[in-house]
Ligand binder design. Sequence first.
Ligand code: PLP
Length: 348
Amino acid sequence: STLKEYIPTYNYDETRIVARLSANENPYGPSPKVVQAITEAVSTGNRYGHQDAAALIKMIAEKEGVTPDHIMLGPGSSDLLEKTAFVSFGNGGNIVSADPAYMSIISTARSLGATWKPVPLTKDYAHDLDSMAEAVDAETKLVYVCNPNNPTGSITDPERLKLFCSSVSEKTPVFVDEAYLEFLDKPDTHTMVGLVAEGKDVIVARTFSKIHGMAGLRIGYIVAQPDRIKSITNKVRSTMGMCVTSLKGAIVSMQDQKFLEDCRKMNTECRDFVASEITALGYDIIPSVTSFLIFPIEMEGQAFMKAMYEEGVGIRVFNIDDKPWCRVSMGTMQEMEYFVDTFKKVTV
Ligand code: PLP
């Protein structure tokens, strides 16, 4: 792998973090309507959430243009990445993905004995689809595509990706992680969910952790062929893992279009602001369509991270191609102004 992360070698005081820009969380959520729905749902917590799960699945199915048996819920998409890995890599095999990528499913696959076949992103940080298709062999149990990608924030051309998913899914399931899809101007153009409706063996993952601002409430879903869903739910729990509070919250959040649109707009404003400030300082930011930005820094990675945390700014520092990179999540505009000021201060 070309991607490594700097882990703090010292203890820092979490309570001193004033701008938490490390985990791609949404600073505005959950929406006030969701907070109210969850508060009311607490008193129904003596019952299991099967009915609420069925109601949410029905809503999701309608939105995605599939039937309810194409949907599986999980406490966060992490849970679904993990469960898909559990049922896919029990007998080893390999996983093909871009590099760098979001490592969750790759790490689980490897812990189960699978090998990872990383394919470097192209110069413009898109998936190298031809090389990925070539990397698929008889031992490949799953292809993982994170689009938009994390930690790069970049996107792959939707038409080319559709052709790739259509043809590769004839040989092996393709898992498309769309955690950041809703931050795009035109999510419908970019989602691969239409391929599921067409009957392709494509698994699309979505989460309520990002645009919905519900990261701590743990809820996400996958859309896939009913047989693919059953191959998972035959082996592991599905709705039994869900809380009524999060289910009721998700139902309301899906209907709160104004909140989602406001989040998208404010995210774009913050991203444009940070991109122009950091670019003006001479750094090469990877153009981002997500709720985070990444760019190579001049300072030694560990020293940079320590200096930022000491000023109360939580960020992530990665090592890519032997260079340190700063990944910063979008917070409120006030937090982003503080990030930029702090960045200038520590890097002088
Ligand atoms: N997929 C991607 C690409 C992510 O960046 C994240 C979280 O940062 C996740 C999945 C997992 O999110 P969650 O488990 O909260 O849905």
